[in-house]
Design a protein around this ligand. Structure first.
Ligand code: 5AD
Length: 333
């Protein structure tokens, strides 16, 4: 039975929707889905965050202490060749990124304490050379590490909760959800802008779990938030389950946009991996960020977060996608 009437007449009051209404939105197709996307685009425009921002990511280490069942960088995967980039290599690439219309330098790594010294060398140098915001994504770390990164000048940090149900979180990620939430609070206390988000389509995940994901994201009040479809990854416990549902992912992104209004919402490369033009669909569902990959080719294949053959986003692909969405690029003033 449907509860939400199309066309949707007034702005959706997401925090006050019932669980069944949220489930209906997550599963929306046809006219309801088009209405949901239209409303997400209107919210994006009214919130003044309609221009698409580009991040340049360098994946600096694929060592990881964790054992997330969906990720081939998990510590227990002996088949992966590991690498850790040196500060010099990273700074050389940062130089290239600084010459393009890219607004944010994004350093990503597995949860690898040994890359701390590299990052601690790189952050102040980048801040000295350019006017770049620096975004980090380096996992669950002690509070003092977050404080140090912030003091050195890093601006923002992504720590996705990935899956919000505590039992399912432990089952798939093998550490407590509470620890991850504690880390998010430490990051906010350290002065970071924080990003979080979920994966859609993990083993044992139900629509009820996806509703919990949305409610947790609203509670965190992040500065950026993402939803990514699960991509089965070789040499992981989840290698034989199917991809996450594209529509559920896009609908979740639209719901995040309508509920949270201003955050940066990336249209992730995993969307393009499961369907050509998937990232364009993400922009049409309310996203406003794309991440261009600047990891040197010799390391890229080893950074196997989605799958060995992940979709590598180039600047051309991003600019083309933004143009086809009828949007403009945000350039740093
Ligand atoms: N499918 C979808 N998302 C994944 N991530 C890692 N592995 C996968 C996968 N197999 C996402 C996680 C992580 C981000 C860097 O990539 O959400 O936070």
């Amino acid at each position: 039975m449907t509860m939400i009437q199309v066309p949707i007449q007034k702005p959706l009051d997401i925090p006050n929707l019932s669980k069944s209404e949220l489930k209906e939105l997550i599963q929306a197709q046809g006219e309801l889905q088009q209405d949901l996307f239209r409303q997400a685009r209107e919210v994006r425009q009214q919130a003044g965050v309609d221009e698409v921002l580009l991040r340049g990511v360098i994946e600096i280490s694929n060592y990881c202490q964790k054992n997330c069942d969906y990720c081939a960088m998990r510590a227990a995967n002996p088949k992966l060749n590991r690498y850790r980039m040196a500060a010099e290599e990273i700074l050389e690439i940062a130089d290239q990124i600084a010459q393009m219309d890219i607004s944010i330098l994004f350093l990503q790594a597995g949860q690898d304490p040994q890359s701390d010294s590299v990052v601690e060398e790189v952050i102040p140098e980048i801040k000295r050379r350019y006017n770049f915001p620096v975004l980090l994504c380096m996992g669950e770390r002690p509070q003092n590490v977050y404080q140090r990164f912030a003091q050195l000048g890093a601006d923002s940090y992504i720590l996705k909760f990935e899956v919000s149900n505590p039992e399912l979180h432990r089952d798939i990620i093998h550490t407590p959800l509470e620890r991850r939430l504690q880390c998010l609070r430490w990051l906010q206390e350290a002065g970071f802008e924080v990003g979080t988000g979920n994966i859609v389509g993990l083993r044992g995940q139900t629509l009820d779990h996806l509703v919990e994901d949305i409610r947790l994201a609203l509670e965190i009040q992040p500065n950026f938030v993402s939803s990514s479809p699960f991509i089965p990854n070789q040499d992981t416990p989840l290698e034989n389950i199917g991809c996450g549902n594209l529509d559920y992912t896009l609908n979740t992104m639209a719901i995040y946009r309508i509920a949270l209004k201003t955050p940066l919402i990336p249209t992730v490369s995993a969307l393009e991996k499961i369907q050509p033009d998937g990232q364009l669909m993400g922009l049409n569902a309310g996203a406003n960020v794309m991440t261009i990959n600047f990891t040197p080719p010799e390391y890229r294949e080893k950074y196997s977060i989605y799958s060995k053959k992940r979709f590598i986003v180039s600047l051309d692909h991003a600019l083309n996608t933004i143009e086809r969405a009828g949007l403009r690029l945000k350039v740093l003033s």
